[in-house]
Design a binder for this molecule. Structure first.
Ligand SMILES: Nc1ncnc2c1ncn2[C@@H]1O[C@H](COP(=O)(O)OP(=O)(O)OP(=O)(O)O)[C@@H](O)[C@H]1O
Ligand SMILES: [Mg+2]
Length: 230
Protein backbone atom coordinates (compact mmCIF):
# COMPACT_ATOMS: atom_id res chain seq x y z
CA UNK A 1 0.00 0.00 0.00
CA UNK A 2 1.24 3.48 -0.89
CA UNK A 3 0.62 6.07 1.77
CA UNK A 4 1.52 9.77 1.60
CA UNK A 5 1.44 11.74 4.82
CA UNK A 6 1.45 15.54 4.65
CA UNK A 7 3.75 15.59 1.65
CA UNK A 8 4.88 19.07 0.61
CA UNK A 9 7.32 20.33 -1.99
CA UNK A 10 8.57 23.89 -1.94
CA UNK A 11 11.78 24.47 -3.89
CA UNK A 12 13.58 27.66 -2.76
CA UNK A 13 13.13 29.25 -6.20
CA UNK A 14 9.31 29.25 -6.07
CA UNK A 15 7.30 31.81 -4.09
CA UNK A 16 4.73 29.25 -2.94
CA UNK A 17 4.84 25.45 -2.49
CA UNK A 18 4.24 23.34 -5.61
CA UNK A 19 2.66 20.53 -3.53
CA UNK A 20 0.82 21.39 -0.33
CA UNK A 21 0.44 18.80 2.49
CA UNK A 22 -0.79 15.95 0.28
CA UNK A 23 -2.38 12.89 1.87
CA UNK A 24 -3.14 9.83 -0.22
CA UNK A 25 -3.64 6.09 0.19
CA UNK A 26 -3.53 3.58 -2.63
CA UNK A 27 -4.01 -0.14 -2.07
CA UNK A 28 -2.24 -2.89 -4.05
CA UNK A 29 -3.92 -3.70 -7.35
CA UNK A 30 -5.75 -0.42 -7.33
CA UNK A 31 -5.56 2.23 -9.99
CA UNK A 32 -5.37 5.77 -8.66
CA UNK A 33 -6.05 8.72 -10.93
CA UNK A 34 -4.87 12.25 -10.15
CA UNK A 35 -6.62 14.81 -12.34
CA UNK A 36 -5.38 18.37 -12.55
CA UNK A 37 -4.88 21.22 -14.98
CA UNK A 38 -1.54 22.20 -16.47
CA UNK A 39 0.87 23.48 -13.83
CA UNK A 40 -1.03 21.94 -10.91
CA UNK A 41 1.97 19.79 -9.86
CA UNK A 42 1.11 16.37 -11.37
CA UNK A 43 4.52 15.61 -12.90
CA UNK A 44 6.27 16.99 -9.82
CA UNK A 45 4.30 14.55 -7.66
CA UNK A 46 5.34 11.60 -9.84
CA UNK A 47 8.98 12.76 -9.85
CA UNK A 48 8.97 12.69 -6.05
CA UNK A 49 7.23 9.28 -5.94
CA UNK A 50 9.78 7.90 -8.41
CA UNK A 51 12.65 9.15 -6.22
CA UNK A 52 13.84 11.71 -8.78
CA UNK A 53 13.16 14.68 -6.47
CA UNK A 54 12.81 14.84 -2.71
CA UNK A 55 9.87 16.30 -0.82
CA UNK A 56 10.52 19.28 1.44
CA UNK A 57 8.42 17.81 4.23
CA UNK A 58 6.08 14.90 4.91
CA UNK A 59 6.57 11.18 4.42
CA UNK A 60 6.00 8.42 1.90
CA UNK A 61 5.28 4.89 3.11
CA UNK A 62 4.95 1.53 1.41
CA UNK A 63 2.95 -0.59 3.86
CA UNK A 64 4.51 0.54 7.16
CA UNK A 65 7.98 1.26 5.85
CA UNK A 66 8.99 4.88 5.34
CA UNK A 67 10.72 5.30 1.99
CA UNK A 68 13.78 7.25 0.95
CA UNK A 69 14.43 8.39 -2.63
CA UNK A 70 16.61 5.28 -3.14
CA UNK A 71 13.77 3.00 -2.00
CA UNK A 72 11.38 4.85 -4.30
CA UNK A 73 13.68 4.39 -7.30
CA UNK A 74 13.60 0.63 -6.66
CA UNK A 75 9.91 0.41 -5.88
CA UNK A 76 8.47 2.53 -8.65
CA UNK A 77 8.53 2.54 -12.42
CA UNK A 78 7.76 5.90 -14.02
CA UNK A 79 6.55 6.18 -17.60
CA UNK A 80 7.08 9.80 -18.65
CA UNK A 81 4.72 11.79 -20.83
CA UNK A 82 5.46 10.96 -24.51
CA UNK A 83 7.88 8.19 -23.45
CA UNK A 84 8.65 7.34 -27.08
CA UNK A 85 10.63 10.60 -27.29
CA UNK A 86 13.11 9.17 -24.79
CA UNK A 87 13.81 5.84 -26.49
CA UNK A 88 17.59 5.33 -26.69
CA UNK A 89 17.94 1.73 -27.88
CA UNK A 90 18.38 1.02 -31.57
CA UNK A 91 16.24 -2.15 -31.26
CA UNK A 92 13.36 -3.31 -29.07
CA UNK A 93 15.73 -5.69 -27.27
CA UNK A 94 18.29 -2.96 -26.64
CA UNK A 95 15.60 -0.63 -25.30
CA UNK A 96 14.34 -3.28 -22.87
CA UNK A 97 17.81 -4.16 -21.68
CA UNK A 98 19.13 -0.62 -21.22
CA UNK A 99 20.77 -0.53 -17.83
CA UNK A 100 19.98 -4.26 -17.31
CA UNK A 101 22.21 -6.17 -19.74
CA UNK A 102 21.98 -9.19 -17.42
CA UNK A 103 18.27 -9.75 -18.06
CA UNK A 104 17.64 -13.03 -19.86
CA UNK A 105 15.29 -13.66 -22.75
CA UNK A 106 12.66 -15.07 -20.39
CA UNK A 107 12.27 -11.73 -18.61
CA UNK A 108 12.28 -9.90 -21.94
CA UNK A 109 9.52 -12.11 -23.33
CA UNK A 110 7.52 -11.91 -20.11
CA UNK A 111 7.56 -8.09 -20.17
CA UNK A 112 6.53 -8.02 -23.82
CA UNK A 113 3.76 -10.56 -23.15
CA UNK A 114 2.43 -8.42 -20.27
CA UNK A 115 1.91 -5.50 -22.64
CA UNK A 116 0.61 -7.54 -25.56
CA UNK A 117 3.68 -7.07 -27.76
CA UNK A 118 4.46 -10.62 -28.76
CA UNK A 119 5.53 -11.76 -32.22
CA UNK A 120 7.48 -8.59 -32.93
CA UNK A 121 11.06 -9.04 -34.15
CA UNK A 122 13.29 -8.01 -31.24
CA UNK A 123 15.71 -6.40 -33.68
CA UNK A 124 13.06 -3.97 -34.93
CA UNK A 125 13.78 -0.28 -34.22
CA UNK A 126 11.44 1.23 -31.57
CA UNK A 127 10.92 4.18 -33.93
CA UNK A 128 9.33 1.85 -36.49
CA UNK A 129 6.53 0.78 -34.13
CA UNK A 130 3.09 2.36 -34.21
CA UNK A 131 2.27 5.03 -31.62
CA UNK A 132 0.26 2.54 -29.54
CA UNK A 133 3.01 -0.10 -29.74
CA UNK A 134 5.59 2.49 -28.63
CA UNK A 135 3.51 3.26 -25.53
CA UNK A 136 3.32 -0.49 -24.80
CA UNK A 137 7.07 -0.80 -25.20
CA UNK A 138 7.60 2.10 -22.77
CA UNK A 139 5.44 0.19 -20.25
CA UNK A 140 7.43 -2.99 -20.83
CA UNK A 141 10.68 -1.07 -20.21
CA UNK A 142 9.41 -0.33 -16.69
CA UNK A 143 7.73 -3.71 -16.08
CA UNK A 144 10.90 -5.64 -16.89
CA UNK A 145 12.40 -4.20 -13.68
CA UNK A 146 9.41 -5.66 -11.80
CA UNK A 147 8.56 -2.55 -9.78
CA UNK A 148 5.83 -2.66 -7.11
CA UNK A 149 4.13 0.41 -8.46
CA UNK A 150 3.73 1.74 -11.96
CA UNK A 151 3.31 5.48 -12.46
CA UNK A 152 2.20 7.05 -15.71
CA UNK A 153 2.24 10.69 -16.74
CA UNK A 154 -0.53 11.48 -19.26
CA UNK A 155 -0.44 7.97 -20.77
CA UNK A 156 -3.11 8.60 -23.40
CA UNK A 157 -1.82 11.99 -24.63
CA UNK A 158 -1.46 12.18 -28.39
CA UNK A 159 -3.06 8.78 -29.11
CA UNK A 160 -5.98 8.41 -31.48
CA UNK A 161 -9.29 6.96 -30.30
CA UNK A 162 -8.57 3.33 -31.06
CA UNK A 163 -5.01 3.34 -29.64
CA UNK A 164 -6.35 5.06 -26.54
CA UNK A 165 -9.00 2.37 -26.06
CA UNK A 166 -6.37 -0.36 -26.43
CA UNK A 167 -4.11 1.32 -23.90
CA UNK A 168 -6.93 1.81 -21.39
CA UNK A 169 -7.83 -1.85 -21.69
CA UNK A 170 -4.17 -2.82 -21.20
CA UNK A 171 -3.96 -0.66 -18.07
CA UNK A 172 -7.13 -2.34 -16.75
CA UNK A 173 -5.36 -5.68 -17.19
CA UNK A 174 -2.08 -4.53 -15.60
CA UNK A 175 -4.01 -3.45 -12.52
CA UNK A 176 -4.41 -7.10 -11.53
CA UNK A 177 -0.63 -7.34 -10.94
CA UNK A 178 0.53 -3.84 -10.08
CA UNK A 179 -0.48 -0.76 -8.17
CA UNK A 180 -0.98 1.98 -10.73
CA UNK A 181 -0.90 5.73 -10.26
CA UNK A 182 -1.82 7.84 -13.26
CA UNK A 183 -1.76 11.62 -13.56
CA UNK A 184 -3.63 13.43 -16.29
CA UNK A 185 -5.30 16.73 -17.13
CA UNK A 186 -8.06 14.88 -18.97
CA UNK A 187 -9.49 11.84 -17.17
CA UNK A 188 -11.65 10.80 -20.16
CA UNK A 189 -11.86 7.03 -20.53
CA UNK A 190 -9.33 6.41 -17.72
CA UNK A 191 -12.15 7.10 -15.27
CA UNK A 192 -13.90 3.81 -15.96
CA UNK A 193 -10.88 1.82 -14.73
CA UNK A 194 -10.03 4.07 -11.75
CA UNK A 195 -10.56 2.81 -8.20
CA UNK A 196 -9.53 6.05 -6.50
CA UNK A 197 -9.58 9.61 -7.84
CA UNK A 198 -8.17 12.89 -6.68
CA UNK A 199 -8.18 16.38 -8.08
CA UNK A 200 -4.97 18.39 -7.89
CA UNK A 201 -5.34 22.15 -8.10
CA UNK A 202 -2.57 24.60 -7.30
CA UNK A 203 -0.74 21.82 -5.46
CA UNK A 204 -3.73 20.85 -3.31
CA UNK A 205 -5.02 17.29 -3.50
CA UNK A 206 -8.64 16.44 -2.86
CA UNK A 207 -10.28 13.02 -3.03
CA UNK A 208 -13.22 12.66 -5.40
CA UNK A 209 -15.56 9.72 -5.85
CA UNK A 210 -14.84 8.20 -9.32
CA UNK A 211 -18.56 7.42 -9.73
CA UNK A 212 -19.45 11.10 -9.35
CA UNK A 213 -17.07 12.01 -12.18
CA UNK A 214 -18.17 9.14 -14.44
CA UNK A 215 -21.64 10.64 -14.67
CA UNK A 216 -20.20 13.82 -16.16
CA UNK A 217 -18.20 12.03 -18.86
CA UNK A 218 -20.05 11.06 -22.07
CA UNK A 219 -20.59 7.31 -22.33
CA UNK A 220 -17.98 5.43 -24.34
CA UNK A 221 -17.86 1.76 -25.19
CA UNK A 222 -16.70 -0.05 -22.04
CA UNK A 223 -13.34 -1.86 -22.07
CA UNK A 224 -14.21 -3.85 -18.99
CA UNK A 225 -15.73 -7.20 -19.95
CA UNK A 226 -19.25 -7.55 -18.57
CA UNK A 227 -19.93 -10.63 -16.48
CA UNK A 228 -22.06 -13.30 -18.17
CA UNK A 229 -25.34 -13.98 -16.43
CA UNK A 230 -25.75 -17.72 -16.02
N1 LIG B 1 12.18 22.30 -9.68
C1 LIG B 1 11.31 23.28 -9.87
N2 LIG B 1 11.64 24.54 -9.53
C2 LIG B 1 10.75 25.54 -9.71
N3 LIG B 1 9.51 25.38 -10.20
C3 LIG B 1 9.13 24.15 -10.56
C4 LIG B 1 10.00 23.03 -10.43
N4 LIG B 1 9.35 21.93 -10.87
C5 LIG B 1 8.13 22.35 -11.27
N5 LIG B 1 7.99 23.68 -11.09
C6 LIG B 1 6.74 24.45 -11.28
O1 LIG B 1 5.76 23.75 -10.56
C7 LIG B 1 4.48 23.84 -11.16
C8 LIG B 1 3.93 22.43 -11.40
O2 LIG B 1 4.65 21.83 -12.48
P1 LIG B 1 4.31 20.38 -13.01
O3 LIG B 1 5.20 20.14 -14.19
O4 LIG B 1 4.39 19.42 -11.90
O5 LIG B 1 2.80 20.54 -13.47
P2 LIG B 1 1.86 19.55 -14.28
O6 LIG B 1 0.59 19.46 -13.52
O7 LIG B 1 2.59 18.29 -14.58
O8 LIG B 1 1.58 20.37 -15.63
P3 LIG B 1 1.36 19.81 -17.13
O9 LIG B 1 -0.07 19.30 -17.18
O10 LIG B 1 1.52 21.04 -17.99
O11 LIG B 1 2.36 18.76 -17.43
C9 LIG B 1 4.69 24.65 -12.42
O12 LIG B 1 4.33 25.97 -12.15
C10 LIG B 1 6.19 24.52 -12.68
O13 LIG B 1 6.67 25.65 -13.37
MG1 LIG C 1 3.17 17.35 -16.33
Amino acid sequence: MLYLKDLSYHPPATPSPILKTLNLELMPQQLGLVIGPSGSGKSTLLEILAGLAEQTSGSIFWRDQELTSEHLQQLGGLVFQFPERHFCGSTILEELRLGHPELGSERVNEALREVGLVNLPLNQAPQDLSGGQQRRLALAVQLIRQPNMLMLDEPTAGLDWSMRRQLVSLLAKLKSHWTLLIVTHDAGDLLEIADRCWSLKHGELQAIEPAALKKKVPQTQSVIPTKKVS
